[in-house]
Design a protein around this ligand. Structure first.
Ligand SMILES: [Zn+2]
Length: 214
């Protein structure tokens, strides 16, 4: 049986309101996304600031060997003390800045002073990254223990951030160190002088004495 009434059309008003609301939400979402992209991208479009006066990341007055080897990566620097054990030696901030990473890169592994040939970890092991402003940053890898600093912490030049170790993918205790400008790794400079570690075509070393004196 039919009533003779056609099915009642559903009112357009709620649907229109709903689609207007949807459009508003989408527009606001698009604006928010653009703002987020701008906030993230714009700082990277600014030219980098002048190079900070970085210092060797080890104790004032000590001489260390800086080296690299094929497959390491251009500009990567491995530091070994020329005297005494590397294990546990203080790792110092090259320059003042804000800690942006303090944790584990890859895995820690099991290489310790008591078990130097223990299981090798992966990647950088315990590491620290410091933002020095002007798009300059430094990185410190293979630390012995969890870093002595925390993300967001302000550090001064010469402040201890960790200890030399052999965590991550490391053959022997040493400090792997990098300086970066914006996206790029660059030749590390210490006390205003280029380190000379520029490529990884061959194995080579230089010696530098730390002027990381407070
Ligand atoms: Zn290295």
């Amino acid at each position: 049986m039919t009533t003779g009434h056609p099915p009642r059309p559903r009112s357009h008003r709620p649907r229109t309101r709903r689609s207007r609301l949807l459009l508003t939400v989408l527009a606001l979402g698009a604006v928010a996304a653009l703002v987020a992209v701008a906030v993230v991208v714009v700082p990277f479009l600014r030219p980098p600031g002048p190079r900070p006066l970085f210092q060797l990341p080890v104790a004032c007055g000590e001489t260390w060997q800086l080296g690299t080897y094929p497959g390491h990566d251009d500009y990567d620097v491995d530091l070994f003390p020329i005297e005494g054990e590397a294990w546990g030696r203080p790792v110092l901030a090259s320059y003042g800045g804000t800690v942006t990473v303090a944790g584990v890169n890859g895995s820690v592994g099991g290489r310790t002073p008591d078990d130097p040939d223990g299981p090798r970890g992966r990647g950088g092991g315990y590491w620290v990254k410091i933002d020095h402003g002007g798009r300059w940053e430094t990185q410190y890898l293979h630390l012995l223990e969890a870093p002595l600093v925390e993300v967001g912490q302000r550090v001064e030049q010469g402040e201890q951030i960790g200890k030399v170790g052999s965590t991550g993918n490391s053959g022997a205790p040493h400090l792997h160190y990098e300086q970066r400008r914006g996206w790029e790794k660059v030749e590390a400079h210490f006390d205003g002088q280029p380190s000379g570690i520029t490529h990884d075509d061959t194995e080579y070393t230089v010696r530098r004495t730390s002027n990381n004196c407070v």
